[in-house]
Design a protein around this ligand. Structure first.
Ligand SMILES: Cc1cc2nc3c(=O)[nH]c(=O)nc-3n(C[C@H](O)[C@H](O)[C@H](O)COP(=O)(O)OP(=O)(O)OC[C@H]3O[C@@H](n4cnc5c(N)ncnc54)[C@H](O)[C@@H]3O)c2cc1C
Length: 401
């Protein structure tokens, strides 16, 4: 086998043992359970925690394995190979990215209190920036945070947020962005941790999405909720910058998830076309089938290389070898193309499997519904293009300040 230059021996060994572990853990019964019951079995979450899959970049001191971002991406890719619903992928990648913000920018008190529980899968850690009237343009946010005595008072609402049921039922909360200096738009936003379970003044609601059935999405209203000072993440009015870094971690892992899901679908299609006989021979012998397969595979493998390169650049930033801007550009390129190429590959894989491709039984249609979410979640495709454009042309060509 060709050596994959961007993985260390340790990372390759980790992937192999993880693949074996997940194949036994996330069976077809678990997949059907998630689709029907619309939740991830708690024993699956427990088993994921036992393999140290939660909060991968948090150091051992706070209960994490202290992995690099490349290894965090490997987990995303491997989960996507076994879970076409994408539910466990989201349950993994959201806390992986946002526990990282707490780890790097949270107070020592918050780190000691929250991270050991997040790494055990006992507390969910989400992100809440989107509101009913704003998602891409966070400067329009209405949620506010005001200093009050020893802490802060928060008012507002958030919508289209992943992990609402998980955090409000089982425990956990969301890294939340709110406006503090109202004259400064996104540059006056503050970031903090907002617990959802048993919090006075928080009312949650749930949405019904197109896919990722085992994972909830919803919103919450925030009515005069008091936040202790130690839940502040970074400095007041500097939250937007930290949020960007969290989004970049999530986007990089999402790219790996998309690649894993796409490649798995191509494998499913290959198994089908090899055994299917049409017009007297195997379907796999026709060029009309081989050519699109070759194109989808090539695109996904190019994306895979790029996604891991982007995650490596993220690691290099922490080593002082790459700049913030280099990270943004590399990650945005991976997050731009991975959901699109993965969706196209899965769509083709369904087509190649005939009517079975459209049946509930077919895992690929579950994958199609899950992967589509990544055209919006953690930053839309259009926003990725704006980031790449900004890096190519220079800040003076940003249309919106
Ligand atoms: C399944 C799912 C899960 C999500 N989970 C979370 C979560 O956990 N936390 C959270 O905070 N948010 C979450 N979101 C919300 C997501 O971050 C937003 O949908 C996204 O940021 C876009 O915001 P919007 O939906 O308000 O679209 P808008 O900002 O209103 O944009 C509408 C469309 O216009 C495009 N657009 C915007 N500006 C421009 C421009 N200048 N040029 C060209 N096109 C532009 C956008 O790309 C988009 O296609 C989730 C979304 C989905 C679908």
């Amino acid at each position: 086998m060709v050596e994959e230059w961007f993985f260390t021996e340790e990372q390759t060994m980790f992937r192999e043992s993880l693949r074996e572990y997940l194949a036994k853990l996330i069976t077809q019964d678990v997949i059907e359970y998630m689709e029907e019951k619309r939740e991830i079995p708690r024993e699956v979450i427990k088993a994921m925690a036992e393999f140290e899959l939660f909060c991968p970049t948090v150091s051992e001191e706070y209960g994490g394995p202290g992995f690099d971002m490349v290894t965090a991406g490997i987990v995303g890719e491997e989960l996507a190979r076994v879970d076409p619903t994408g539910s466990t992928c989201v349950y993994y990648l959201v806390p992986a990215s946002w526990s990282r913000s707490i780890f790097f920018y949270g107070t020592e008190e918050a780190k000691q209190e929250l991270l050991p529980k997040m790494t055990k899968g006992e507390l969910f850690c989400g992100i809440a920036t989107t509101e009913s009237d704003t998602g891409s343009d966070l400067g329009n946010m209405v949620t506010t945070i005001k200093p009050d005595g020893d802490g802060y008072i928060v008012n507002g609402h958030k919508n289209y947020i992943s992990g609402i049921r998980e955090a409000s039922t089982y425990g956990g909360g969301h890294v939340t962005l709110a406006r503090q200096d109202l004259d400064k738009g996104v540059r006056g936003c503050t970031l903090f941790y907002l617990p959802l379970k048993d919090s006075d003044g928080i009312e949650v609601s749930l949405d019904r999405e197109m896919g990722r059935e085992g994972m909830s999405t919803g919103g919450f209203t925030i009515d005069n909720v008091t936040i202790p000072k130690h839940y502040l993440i970074g400095e007041e009015n500097k939250g937007f910058y930290i949020v960007h870094e969290g989004y970049e971690a999530a986007r990089g892992i999402i790219a790996c998830v998309c690649v894993g899901a796409g490649l798995k679908s191509l494998e499913n299609a290959m198994a089908y076309i090899k055994q299917r006989k049409v017009f007297g021979t195997s379907l796999a012998k026709y060029e009309g089938i081989q050519f699109p397969l070759a194109e989808h595979y090539t695109k996904l493998m190019m994306c895979r290389d790029w996604a891991y390169k982007a995650l490596r650049v993220m690691d290099q930033e922490k080593e002082g070898k790459a700049t913030r801007f280099e990270v943004s550009k590399h990650i945005a390129m991976a997050k731009l193309m991975a959901p699109i190429w993965s969706f196209e590959a899965i769509n083709w894989a369904m087509q190649a499997q005939g009517a079975f491709g459209y049946s509930q039984e077919c895992n690929d249609q579950k994958g199609l519904r899950a992967i589509r979410s990544f055209g919006w979640a953690e930053g839309t495709s259009e926003i990725m293009k704006l980031i790449i454009g900004r890096e190519l042309l220079g800040k003076e060509f940003i249309a919106y300040k």
